[in-house]
Design a protein around this ligand. Structure first.
Ligand code: FAD
Length: 427
């Protein structure tokens, strides 16, 4: 296996710029195809899958993956880490395999995008030229959207909505809490990353508390009235956790309107809630580089032409994964990876000068309520009128009334799904 090829020196990058200028001056399409440079920002499920697929489809493409961290920490199954059922290193993946496939990995933050010059600026002041740019930066928290909740407050009231230190902080807080305490979980309105994941988290925290601190409670303050797979969750909560989980929906005062980090208080229009542990999942937006690139609109998310993933706002830029807005394709790891592969096919076709095929996105999401008990939903999505819509007949959701052996099978399938997607993407 090749070592990571880290092209981060100013000299190398400048050499790249000179080559880029020369290549743009050449009108020969075969040269453009052979030497075309695709830069992908973000080495998560979407970006890593895209970079890898680009090289597989056309090994002549010069593909560079810009990722802020040397190691990726995956969110799926991170709720199990919070509940003490799994260790964080089972969530972590490197980029060696992707580098060995000929993708240049640049471990740096992208800080600028110049769509006119077609360059990406990096944190060390150097820049990378591109012919096409794929943005896959995931999400950032909207620290301006919930009064009292800023980066400092997140150290006291973790969101744990990007896996890593925040995940471990929430776990430590649960371990330190006395029996009889209240864990308050604040859920935002959609759109946000992985809509069912807050309810999976409430379930797995309940699993931990039931075993270790059985007098404790979980209060879910929800800015929505309904949520996906609600009947399945609520039935399972009763069966496994009795009254331990209480949920207050939007219409009964569930929306958190501000927080006071010093006192661990969550404020709603209907009253204040004091927490021993506060897990505040704030409103979100596309990762900041999308805004810097001009690809995010005033919703904070990125509108695209669903048939090509092309930004509707900036030329030669494609956007995939959680950063995208438009239609029913879920903000999930499985659909992000699927978008990554489909976008790679589109970009390779556009570079080759052939019409791209219509993409189909596959999304599958497992929700784990307790060890050995899970249910799922899945669907395929295709572009229609610029958004992704579910392909008729492709949707599946686990039945509400099912024997526990089906739940056990789905729990096993969830583990297989995670292994498969992480091997296909990173391993
Ligand atoms: P990410 O995977 O977040 O990747 C974005 C990458 O971009 C990051 O590595 C980041 O470091 C990098 N980046 C951002 N900005 C820059 C920059 N300027 N320069 C360089 N790098 C940058 N999905 C499922 O399918 N199944 C599940 O069971 C599931 N469970 C979940 C549980 C939880 C608790 C959460 C929070 C999410 C869950 N998800 C699940 C959702 C899933 O994690 C996301 O949908 C998925 O990670 C999105 O992929 P992405 O590529 O868009 O973003």
């Amino acid at each position: 296996m090749d070592a990571l090829r880290l092209k981060t020196t100013r000299r190398n990058v400048l050499r790249g710029v000179a080559a880029a200028t020369a290549s743009l001056a050449l009108p020969c399409p075969s040269f453009a195809q052979a030497g075309a440079r695709v830069v992908v920002i973000g080495g998560g499920f979407g970006g890593a899958a895209c970079a890898r697929a680009l090289r597989k489809i056309n090994p002549k493409l010069q593909v560079t993956l810009v990722e802020a961290n040397r190691t990726f920490t995956a969110c799926p199954f991170s709720n199990e880490v919070i509940a003490g059922l799994r260790e964080i290193d089972a969530q972590q993946f490197g980029y060696e395999k992707i580098a060995s496939l000929g993708v240049t990995i640049v471990v740096q933050s992208a800080t600028k995008v110049d769509p006119q010059a077609r360059t990406v600026g990096l944190a060390d002041g150097t820049s990378l030229p591109y012919d096409r740019l794929v943005l896959a930066p995931g999400i950032d928290m909207r620290f301006d959207a919930l009064p009292g909740y800023d980066e400092a407050a997140a150290e006291k009231m973790p969101h744990a909505w990007k896996a890593g230190e925040q995940t471990l902080l929430l776990r430590r807080q649960l371990e330190a809490m006395e029996d009889g305490g209240t864990v308050v979980l604040a859920v935002p309105a959609t759109p946000y990353r992985c809509p069912p994941a807050p309810y999976e988290r409430a379930s797995l925290i309940a699993h931990y508390l039931k075993a270790k601190k059985p007098r404790s409670k979980i209060l879910v303050l929800d800015a929505k009235d309904t949520f996906s797979q609600q009947r399945l969750f609520e039935k399972a909560w009763k069966e496994f956790y009795g009254d331990m989980i209480e949920r207050i929906p939007l219409s009964q005062g569930g929306r958190v309107v501000s927080v006071e980090a010093a006192s661990n208080t969550l404020v709603t229009d209907f009253g204040n809630h004091d927490a021993q542990v506060a897990n505040v999942i704030p409103p979100q937006r596309a990762g900041n580089i999308a805004k810097i690139a001009g690809a995010a609109d005033n919703t904070g998310w990125c509108p695209i032409d669903a048939a090509t993933f092309a930004s509707k706002l900036v030329p030669n830029i494609h956007v995939i994964g959680d950063a995208v807005i438009g239609g029913n394709a879920p903000k999930s790891a499985s659909s992000s990876a699927s978008e990554g592969k489909a976008c790679a096919a589109v970009v390779a076709s556009l570079i080759a000068g052939t019409p791209p095929e219509r993409p189909t996105i596959e999304g599958t999401c497992y929700n784990i309520v307790a060890p050995g008990y899970a249910f799922s939903q899945s669907g395929n999505y295709q572009p229609r009128d610029d958004i992704f819509v579910e392909v008729m007949g492709s949707g599946f959701t686990s039945p509400v009334n099912a024997q526990n052996d089906l739940r056990q099978r789905e729990a096993d399938q969830a583990k297989t799904w995670f292994k498969t997607i992480t091997v296909e993407t990173f391993g």
